[in-house]
Design a protein around this ligand. Structure first.
Ligand code: RIB
Ligand code: CA
Length: 362
């Protein structure tokens, strides 16, 4: 889409749709973002959206916890520390390092999957490249390392446990990566289960094919056993899966108005490896951005279904596949019901996204 056409569409969207900030919301929801973080991947963008919501008093961001998935922990650490500093929240939003890898799934079994099943979409997160052996092998953020911010001494899992105990029934976990940290927290401190407010995931592929593997969505595939542990707990759980995020694929010029309005975003965006100006895809898939938008305004979900959910953990072509049942098992279920988002008000989401990402970062 040409820039002028796009700007016209944007203006009409902004004037016809209520901005997200004007939608009635519960006050200041407490949020932990559990993320396989990258500077300007979907996790990084979701964090920027959350940072604006935090500053506007619409959520209270308690912390950013990191889990291995998209990126090795060593790389995430430097990118996440810079991210909180970049938006001026380093004194308010602590960053915690978490699981260094999945509970059971491993690089070795991944090699077997490749040999047995062929490959999926070609993106295997951290496993796509070697783990940094030292800080010297970590790629610095495009605008330099964080200067005033340190990783917290406490582990992500312990932070989650303490935060949930200190704020019973009030904490939403926004799970944007594999479920490893959450599974570990639940196993370490089962008393937190009834105290968790809710978990909103970007995860799963219920009635559509997977992305990383033919049947599995990346976050679930990377640590299927962790996902299975968490999904089976009696917690309010909402999935923003590929079923809905597949509808949010934007053309490459989608970002143009933001890049024009916001030089700081343009700077971090344009340094995506291998391409000075563009991400290396022919379209831009939105995943985690939809999940944070759902947290901020659940009315963006225009169609949801409630089902009993589970994960296939048998090693084979369905490893990591999310399974769902419309009816309870006849003898009663060991599974839990969850809400699955199937459709989104993309016009309103686009207007919100473009407006928010165009704002100065601090
Ligand atoms: O499948 C998409 C999900 O996997 C997103 O959360 C992306 O960031 C990766 O973690
Ligand atoms: Ca993610």
């Amino acid at each position: 889409m040409k820039l002028r056409t796009f700007a016209t569409v944007l203006l009409s969207l902004l004037s016809s749709a209520p901005a997200l900030a004007q939608v009635q919301q519960p006050n200041s929801e407490k949020l932990i973002i559990d993320s396989d973080f990258g500077t300007f991947n979907d996790d990084g963008q979701a964090f920027i959206l959350a940072a604006h919501a935090h500053k506007a008093g619409r959520i209270q961001l308690l912390g950013l916890t990191l889990v291995t998935g998209n990126v090795w922990m060593e790389q995430q650490r430097v990118d996440a520390l810079k991210a909180v500093e970049r938006v001026g929240l380093e004194k308010q939003v602590p960053v915690f390092a978490g699981a260094q890898g999945p509970l059971l799934h491993s690089f070795a079994s991944f090699a077997q999957e490749q040999a047995l099943l062929g490959v999926g979409d070609g993106f295997y997160g951290a496993w796509s490249g070697p783990r940094p052996k030292s800080d010297a092998e970590v790629v610095p953020p495009p605008d330099g390392h964080a200067e005033r911010t340190q990783i917290q001494r406490r582990d992500a899992v312990d932070f989650m446990i303490d935060a949930i105990r200190a704020n019973p029934h009030q904490v939403t976990i926004l799970a944007l990566g594999p479920a490893t940290n959450i599974a570990l927290a639940i196993r370490k401190a089962p008393d937190i289960v009834p105290l968790i407010g809710r978990i909103v995931y970007m995860a799963g592929a219920f009635d559509v094919p997977g992305n990383t593997m033919p049947a599995a969505e990346f976050n679930v595939w990377f640590d299927p056993e962790a996902a299975k542990i968490v999904y089976r707990e009696p917690i309010e759980q909402v999935f923003v899966p590929l079923d809905v995020t597949n509808s949010a694929h934007f053309p490459l010029d989608f970002f143009d108005p933001i890049l024009k309005a916001n030089p700081q975003v343009a700077r971090i965006y344009s340094r995506i490896p291998d391409n000075p100006n563009r991400p290396p895809w022919t379209f831009i898939p939105f995943w985690d951005q939809l999940a944070i938008a759902y947290v901020l305004d659940p009315s963006l979900a225009t169609e949801t279904e409630t089902r009993w959910v589970d994960v296939d953990t048998n090693f084979g072509v369905n490893y990591g596949r999310t399974i769902s049942y419309k009816h309870e098992f006849p003898q009663g279920s060991f599974l839990q019901q969850a809400k699955i988002v199937k459709k989104f008000d993309l016009k309103r989401f686009e207007a919100y996204y473009l407006e928010t990402m165009s704002k100065p970062l601090r």
